[in-house]
Write a protein that binds this ligand. Sequence first.
Ligand code: UTP
Length: 475
Amino acid sequence: MAAHDLIEKFQEAGQGQVFAYFDQLDSAGQKRLLADAAEVDPVEIAALNESLLQSKGAVVDLSGLEPAPYEPLPENGGNVASWQAARAAGELALRAGRVAAFTVAGGQGTRLGYDGPKGTFAVTPLKQKTLFQVFAEKLLAAGQRYGKPLHWFIMTSLQNHEATESFFAEHVYFGLDADHVHLFKQGRMPAVDFDGKILMESRDAIAMSPDGHGGSLRALDRSGALDLMERERIDALSYFQVDNPLVRCIDAEFIGWHFLRESEMSSKMVPKAYSGEKVGHFCRQGEGLVVVEYSDLPAAVQEETDAAGGLRFKAGSIAIHILDREFIRRMARSRSTDESLSFHRADKKVPSLDVNGQSVKSTEANGVKFELFVFDALPFARNPVVIETNRADDFSPVKNAKGVDSAQTCRDDQLRQFARWLRAAGKDVTTDESGLPSIAIEVAPTFGYDEETFIESWKKLSPTPTLADGLYLST
Ligand code: UTP
């Protein structure tokens, strides 16, 4: 679109302030601003202003909510034969190369306050491996196990794409085939003030931010990742977040449930630890499956108990899914409001220009960001499956610099896991009541990425090593 037409489009939508300083910019600045503006659809922003700003946020429909059904683990009453069948089906799919890994790594990680792509943050107890290295080694090991190297898709953001790319190149893709690691950028959305006016980061740049993890569906399509998957005969993506090194990136049982049930989007749940735990809730609403955020579900409902005295809405979401390729394509391309993701509103501090054109950093939320959430795709998925998983073996995210879900809690959870594996292999490990060992140890994912693979490798050691502080088990 010609510059003139683009500017007019913004003016017509009441967003002329975006170009307030256009005539004073040099040609590079004008080019930059026009490129930003080309990413923005002022008509879409007007619609969002109406639905999310004027009504003070969309009202979440809580009518007819029921707890979602899920497949309990065998140790919690699940059907052993069904889990075995799932595992066999998952292994078959992996040997056939039908599944790839997918990490969403485009977030800003503001809570952690780390300068750099979050995937480059060091997390392991001894070797200080980064999140990306942990995932890479898990994928390397799983690819070897099933005789089929895995493809890995990673969604970055405009801000962290180049740094992520260089990081992988610098570390020679941690042993993975570079042709199997596919980085692509997610989309961006402009921030607006509370009157719906698009905010400017500087005179030649719109205040833009990543469009949320739900933007991954569009980005997978736009980047050509779905076409690549089709060419490679990859039918599904194993989706996980960049901040959770415990995740079983490739879990044969989960994959098997997904394929056997012909599910378009599958999810893992953990029973909520306590009623007020800040996780989304898997619920049934009519025929569909939905995730209702903790902030949207009234405390009284979260506290409801069932006949056995447990929490009624106990299925907590930990952002681990499997997504069918053609489902992603359908969602990415749907323009009907009935079958596409809706934006959420998040009030944030947005560095921006004031009325005099000066940069200001607000101390309070001064703007609204628009984000898509991937779990909003669930109601549109056919045959969605939810399975139970053990929190200790799948979930310990690094979100905050300190306190809950921090590097420290994640390190301790890794140590507890290594200690459990050693115990399962018959080694006596001294731990405290929480299962935390008294010594620092580490297991390379290529040695063992779950209990079973760990025990297999452990049995091959002769003699087995002495347990001591600093023990690192690797192949
Ligand atoms: P979070 O909700 O934890 O957000 O993202 P964040 O941006 O990483 O961190 P804060 O809230 O600023 O502290 C959960 C996962 O979704 C990804 C993140 O990279 C993380 O893996 N994500 C989030 C994206 O890929 N894109 C986004 O726009 C938002």
